[in-house]
Design a protein around this ligand. Structure first.
Ligand code: FAD
Length: 458
C-alpha cells in the first residue's frame, strides 16, 4: 500500500514537527512576515542578522515548512526562475546575466549557511544532468545548451554528454544524450527547512504557527488570532498567495506531484551507477525531475493534475491515484530494474506561477508592503536570493541585489475562472499530446507544443 499525502515523504523520514504556539492576540512588531517557507524564513534570517534590534514576527498557517519548501524535489539548483529573454527585455542583458551569476552563488550560500548553522540536510553538490529521451528532446537539449551559453554559463558551467558518457554516469533507459551543470545540489527539503526555522528562532525572531493570515494591508496583518501592526509587511506565500483576500489571480497555484521508492538494492545501483548524487531531469514538455536520496531511493516528480479549479490547493499533500500511476510508469520506463522495488510514498504541493512565468521581488517603500515568489518550480535556491534581496530593500540598501532584473517587476494578473482552469488544463493536455508524438518518433519539437507555449505566454 502506497502512503499518500501526510505532507510529504521527507516528513515521513523526519517525523512531523510539533507545532509552535499560535499568535496569542494583537501584536506590534517592526516587520511581519507572512508564511514560514524558505522565502519567509530566509528573509527573517538575513534581516535579523543584519539588524539584530528589529522586532520580527513570522506568521504561519500550519507549521514552518508545511508548503512547497518541505515537499519539493530537493534540487538546490541555479536554474533561472523564468525566461532570460523576458528579464532582459525589461532590464537588459548584463543585468540578466548578473541574475544568473547570483543564482550560481546562491547555491553555495545555502550550503554555507547550512554548514554554519549545523543543519544536516543530506546536501551533496553533485550537479544536475538534463537528459533527452527522444530525438525531439535531443534537439531541444542542444538548443538549451546554446541558450545557457548565451546567458551566463561559461565553459565550466555546462557541458554536453553523448549517449555513452551519460550511460557511464547514470543508466537511464532510452536516454540518448544529456547536458551537465555543476551548479546544483541534492537536498532533503524537510531537514533544510526545519533546520532553517530553528536557526531563525535562535536569532531572536518569533515564529507563530497555526495562525492563518486573512488579509494583508499597509502596516497591518489580519489573522484569525489577532491583528499584527508592523511598519513592514512581507507576503511570502508563493503557491498559497491566492488564499489571501484580493490575491486570487496574482500567482497561479501550480500543482506538482512526487513519488519515492523504497530503498533500492545494491544490485540495482551497480547496474545504474548514479554515484554522484546528481539531480536528473528531462526535456519533456510535461517534464520530470528526480534525485537519488541519501538512503538510496529514487524520488521522482512531475506535473500530474496541474491545477485545481478556483486556485484551490491540496489537503496535506494527498495526490491523485492516476498521477501516482503515471509517475510510476515513467520511473519504470527510465529504470526498468526498479520495478522489483515498491513505491513507498506519493505526495504533491503547489508552487507559484505569475502570468508571465517569471519571478518577482517587490517592495513598496511608502506602504511598507513587499513580496517575493512566483519561482515557477525553481524556488529552493531562488528563495535564498529573494530573502537577501528583501533584506536590502527593507534596510534601504542600494546593492547589486536590489538592482537585479526581477526586482519591482509588474505583471498582469491571471484570467478569471473558468478561463484560468480551462486554459491551464488545455495547456497540459496539449503538452502531453506533444510528448506522445515525440516519443512516437518525431525528430523535432511538436508544433502542438509550440502552439501551447504561445497560448501560455511563455
Ligand atoms: C512537489 C514540488 C516539487 C518542487 N521541486 C523543486 C525543486 O526540486 N527545486 C526547486 O528549486 N523548486 C522546487 N519546487 C518549488 C519550491 O519548492 C518552491 O518554489 C519554494 O519552496 C517556495 O517557497 P516559499 O517559502 O515561497 O513558499 P512555501 O514553501 O509554499 O511556503 C508558504 C507558507 O505559507 C503558509 N501559508 C499558506 N497560507 C497562509 C496563510 N493564509 N497565512 C499564513 N501562512 C500561510 C504555508 O503553510 C507555507 O508554509 C517544487 C515545488 C513542489 C510543490
Amino acid at each position: 500500500m502506497i502512503r499518500n499525502g501526510d505532507v510529504s515523504f521527507w516528513y515521513a523520514q523526519t517525523g512531523l514537527p510539533g507545532c509552535r504556539d499560535g499568535l496569542p492576540g494583537d501584536l506590534a512588531v517592526d516587520v511581519a512576515i507572512v508564511g514560514a517557507g524558505f522565502t519567509g524564513l530566509w528573509t527573517a534570517y538575513y534581516l535579523k542578522k543584519a539588524q539584530p534590534d528589529l522586532r520580527i514576527a513570522v506568521l504561519e498557517k500550519e507549521f514552518a515548512g508545511f508548503g512547497a519548501s518541505g515537499r519539493n524535489g530537493g534540487w538546490l539548483t541555479a536554474g533561472l526562475a523564468g525566461s532570460a529573454e523576458r528579464y532582459a527585455a525589461s532590464r537588459g542583458r548584463p543585468a540578466t546575466i548578473g541574475l544568473q551569476r547570483a543564482m550560481f552563488a546562491a547555491v553555495d550560500e545555502v550550503i554555507r549557511v547550512a554548514a554554519e548553522e549545523g543543519i544536516d540536510a543530506d546536501i551533496v553538490k553533485g550537479g544536475n544532468v538534463e537528459v533527452a529521451r527522444s530525438r525531439a528532446q535531443l534537439e531541444r537539449l542542444g538548443q538549451e545548451y546554446q541558450h545557457l551559453r548565451q546567458w551566463g554559463y561559461g565553459e565550466a558551467d555546462v557541458s554536453t554528454l553523448d549517449g555513452g558518457e551519460l550511460a557511464r554516469r547514470i543508466g537511464i533507459d532510452g536516454a540518448i544524450g544529456g547536458i551537465f551543470s555543476p551548479h546544483c545540489a541534492r537536498i532533503q527539503p524537510a531537514k533544510l527547512v526545519r533546520g532553517l526555522a530553528e536557526a531563525v528562532e535562535k536569532t531572536g525572531v518569533r515564529i507563530y504557527e497555526q495562525t492563518t493570515v486573512r488579509r494583508v494591508e499597509p502596516r497591518r496583518v489580519r489573522t484569525d488570532c489577532g491583528t499584527v501592526s508592523a511598519d513592514i509587511v512581507l507576503r511570502c506565500l508563493e503557491g498559497f498567495t491566492a488564499g489571501l483576500a484580493g490575491e486570487r489571480r496574482t500567482w497561479l497555484p501550480m500543482n506538482s506531484s512526487m513519488i519515492v521508492t523504497e530503498p533500492l538494492p545494491d544490485a540495482f545501483w551497480s547496474e545504474i551507477g548514479w554515484d554522484g548524487a546528481e539531480t536528473v531531469g528531462d526535456l519533456a514538455h510535461a517534464y520530470m525531475y528526480a534525485q537519488r536520496t541519501a538512503d538510496s531511493r529514487i524520488a521522482l516528480g512531475g506535473r500530474g493534475v496541474p491545477y485545481r479549479f478556483g486556485s484551490r490547493t491540496d489537503h496535506s499533500g494527498a495526490t491523485q491515484e492516476r498521477t501516482v500511476a503515471a509517475l510510476s510508469r515513467l520511473l519504470h520506463e527510465m529504470f526498468p530494474a526498479a520495478r522489483q522495488t515498491p513505491i513507498a510514498h506519493a505526495w504533491c504541493g503547489v508552487l507559484g506561477v505569475p502570468r508571465d512565468w517569471c519571478a518577482t521581488v517587490q517592495f513598496d517603500r511608502p506602504s511598507g508592503l513587499g513580496a517575493a515568489g512566483g519561482y515557477v518550480g525553481h524556488g529552493v535556491t531562488t528563495t535564498n536570493l529573494a530573502g537577501r534581496t528583501l533584506r536590502d530593500l527593507v534596510l534601504r540598501r542600494d546593492t547589486e541585489l536590489t538592482r537585479l532584473p526581477w526586482v519591482g517587476r509588474r505583471v498582469r494578473r491571471w484570467e478569471p475562472e473558468p478561463l484560468r482552469f480551462l486554459g491551464v488544463r488545455s495547456l497540459y493536455l496539449l503538452y502531453r499530446i506533444a510528448d506522445r508524438q515525440e516519443y512516437a518518433g518525431r525528430a523535432t519539437t511538436s508544433p502542438i507544443a509550440r502552439f501551447a507555449n504561445v497560448i501560455a505566454g511563455r
